[in-house]
Structure formats: structure tokens, C-alpha cells
Write a protein that binds this ligand. Sequence first.
Ligand code: BLA
Length: 271
Amino acid sequence: MSGNAPSRSVSEKFKFMKALDGRTLLHALSFQAPKIRLLRSLLIEGSPAMQVLDFAVLPEPEYDLPIFCANFFTTASLSIVVLDLNPLHDVVIQKDYKDKYYRKLLPLGQKYVELLPWGDKLTSESLRFFSPIVIWTKFSTDHHKHQVLYSAFKDYFEAWLELLEQAIKENDESLIHQNREAQHKYLTWRAEKDPGHPLLKRLVGESLAREVVRQFLFEGVDSLGVKSFLDYFPEYRCDDGTINQKRSVIGKSYGVRPWNDNGEFIGNDPT
Ligand code: BLA
């Protein structure tokens, strides 16, 4: 590459990618806006009938807003879904944070509890990034369910946009720091352990997958903070100081929804 060629922006570089199979297409979009540090979406159109939407909106650190997260993986037979306003701060310990954002949204969560039921056991560590209204579901792919999911997506996104509109900028430096670090911890978790990584590696190869993950999907992981994965999640440290490659050190748990109708966590014991 010539020395004075303009460097391509991140979104340009990942805008359209063709997978190693020569057929699957990956399409990336990203935006910034007032109050929004990063809105990004990765759409994967594979064959036969494999589709992925990984859509997230990450606020500026001056706002303690939840992170909007829509994660849909579907094949001809199976759909795996996470749809949530992922809490920025702990909603089990920090009751004031939970009440601030989720108390009013509990009826919205209730609306989909039966239509999109709890998707059985999952990586236990994921639970701390989920809110009392999380939709975590797995189902045999069918058109009707996809319509319900689309309706849930619209409802959840509208609810999040309303929170965004009402959000007031924080001026206290120490609170802004806490927000920034919480977002960095979230990005650090997902950049290392997101369940989609193995498939992404198979599709585009290890090196491009790593770039997509660190520079696009979870952009900010290398700039918002200096702590490492093991600083945040020391339980993953192996004897030789490396990161345990297992996705979970606890294993899978929470076979039933661990939140009650009042949004209280009732799954203290991950078994
Ligand atoms: C599976 N994706 C899953 C599962 C969850 C999530 C909970 C079930 C497996 C498990 O228990 O871990 C999603 N987990 C999340 C999210 C958070 C979390 C959103 O902790 C947020 C904190 N998914 C993608 C992309 C691909 C993808 C880009 O986002 C593919 C390129 C695929 N997700 C994917 C696949 C599975 C999956 C293939 C099944 C893999 C498995 O169960 O091992």
C-alpha cells in the first residue's frame, strides 16, 4: 500500500465481507449520534438458511443507560435469541439502578414471557450481563415465531429509545468513570467469550475474525479502559497465567427463568 493512501475507516473495512466458503455474506454498519458512542450491526446471510443479526447500541460514558442488545442466530431448524436492554451496572446488588430503568419496563418483559419462553440452561456467567426483562429463547425456526420476535424487537428498541431521549448527561467525573469502566468490562467479556466467535472464525478466518471482534463488534475494548480480561474475570486465570479458553468456568445453569414477575433475581444458586 502506498504511504499516502488514505486509511480506510473501520466501517469501510468491514462493510461487506465474503466468507471463506465463497457464499456467505457479512454486512456491517456503524453510526455515532448524540448520547450514542457506537451503534453497530453485523448481519450474516449464509446458506442454507443461516442468518445472524448482532445489533448493539452503546451509550456515551456520560450516560448510565443500559446497552441495547439484539442477538439473533437462526438456521433452517433452530433459532437462538437474546434480546435485552443489558444493564450497565449490577441489577442484583444495585437495586437503585434496577429500579431506575427496569421497574417501569417489567410489563414489557411480561408481555413476551410466554410467547418467547426461557431458552433453557445457558453459560452461567452471561446472566450478570442480562436484565430482569431479558428475552433469552431458543425455538424451532418458524415464521410465526419470527413475527413475534420482530414485534418484540420493535417494542424493546422503542423502550430503549425512550430511555435515551430522557437521559440526562452526568457531570460527576467519578460516576462517568464508573460508567466507562462498566462498559469496558462488558466489551471485554463479549470480545473474549461471545458464543458467536467460533462460527465467525470458521467464516472469515482467525485473523479477520479477531479484527471484526475487537475493532468493530466490541470497539472500545482496546481504548475505553486499561484493565485486562483477567483483571475483570480472575476466575478464568490458568496456572500458567493465560486465559482459560473455556467459555464458562461455572458451566451452564439457570434451566428456568431466574427472575420473578417483580423483577427480583431468584436464581442465586447456579446449578
Ligand atoms: C449461542 N448466543 C448463544 C447463546 C447465548 C448467546 C446466551 C447460548 C449459548 C450459551 O449459553 O452461551 C448470546 N451471550 C449472548 C449475548 C451475551 C451473552 C448476546 O453473554 C451478552 C452479554 N452469535 C453472534 C454472532 C454469531 C452468533 C455474530 O452474535 C455468529 C457469527 C452465533 N450464538 C451463535 C451460535 C450459538 C450462539 C452459533 C450456538 C453456539 C453454542 O451454543 O455453542
